[in-house]
Design a protein around this ligand. Structure first.
Ligand code: NAD
Length: 282
């Protein structure tokens, strides 16, 4: 089995930047790239700021911060992934965007390199099929915020090779994550259960219940560390809407219908924490 030494991460948003941070911290040479230069800059400086905080707290020392930042570089194009053994995609949750990117990255990578997606809901089998290396494609679904959350869901497409799965599982263990094997069905395990709950909370807001009351009810009534509307704001309301649309369309059941109020918020550009406004202001 080939060893993974250098990793590319495409998409420097909240997930991509978190993924790159964890991988560079674990000792891998990491290239982070985003089509939007401001997003790349923000992702990169965000990683350095989080590491600086960790130094302040005493969780790491200054030399570990410097070494991690030394292993992390900013890509200027997809060509910078040419020598990567593994590329993790974390761009917008839309099949067309991911498929176009997969085709471009596929041309740049060595034939043995692995190409995986952090998608929350899109079919891995369908993404793998647009590449020339379907046996080397799989789903690797990190949780948000990546440096804090232990879980990674692994998803095999119909074409995923056993070697690919073994390598990715070993890689996830080496970056201190616990993996579960999900199935290639919309939403996998976590979002299949979580997103309908967040959607239901938004229906309650639409029906007149205050977000604060819903969050308090769920925190104190079900022992969740964070209420569903705070969590929806953290996930990103645009991302939540895309996931619900995939669940609704592909599982074909009305119970996944996105709440009209969620659609309105996304139309208004109220994406939650990342845009400064969602069910709360940031
Ligand atoms: N937000 C969550 O809680 C969460 C959790 C797990 C998985 N995910 C998944 O991770 C992925 C990214 O989500 P996010 O929350 O980080 O989104 P985000 O909006 O914070 O970041 C997406 C980034 O991708 C960049 N991008 C878009 N198209 C690109 C392209 N063609 N090439 C390079 N960069 C491109 C954008 O500029 C942006 O910086 C989605 O598939 C999402 O479903 C999200």
């Amino acid at each position: 089995m080939k060893e993974i030494k250098s990793v590319g991460v495409v998409g420097a948003g909240q997930m991509g930047a978190g993924i790159a941070q964890v991988i560079a911290t674990a000792g891998y040479k990491t290239v982070l790239y985003d089509t939007n230069p401001q997003a790349l800059e923000k992702g990169h400086t965000g990683i350095d700021a989080r590491l600086a905080k960790a130094v302040e707290k005493g969780t790491i020392d200054a030399s570990q911060r410097a070494a991690t930042m030394g292993r992390l570089s900013k890509g200027s194009s997809l060509k910078d992934f040419a020598t990567c053994d593994l590329v993790i995609e974390a761009v917008i949750e839309q099949f067309e965007a991911k498929a176009a990117l997969f085709q471009e990255i596929d041309k740049v990578l060595a034939p043995s390199a692995l190409l995986v997606s952090n998608t929350s809901s899109i079919s891995i089998t369908r993404l793998a099929a647009v590449t020339s290396r379907p046996q080397h494609v799989m789903g690797v679904h990190f949780m948000n915020p990546v440096p804090v959350m232990k879980l990674v869901e692994l998803i095999k497409g119909l074409q995923t090779g056993e070697d690919t799965y073994q390598m990715v599982q070993a890689f996830c263990a080496s970056i201190q994550k616990t993996t579960v094997l999900a199935i290639d069905a919309p939403g996998f395990v976590v979002n299949r259960i979580l997103c309908p709950m967040l959607n239901e909370a938004i229906f309650l807001v639409q029906e007149g219940v205050k977000p604060e009351d819903i969050d308090t009810a769920m925190k104190l009534g079900t022992n969740q560390p964070m209420g569903p509307l705070t969590l929806a704001d953290f996930v990103g309301l645009d991302t939540l809407l895309y996931i619900l649309q995939v669940l609704h369309r592909e599982l074909g059941e009305d119970k996944y219908r996105p709440c009209p109020l969620l659609i309105k918020y996304v139309e208004a550009g109220w994406y939650g924490k990342k845009s400064g406004r969602g069910f709360y202001s940031y």
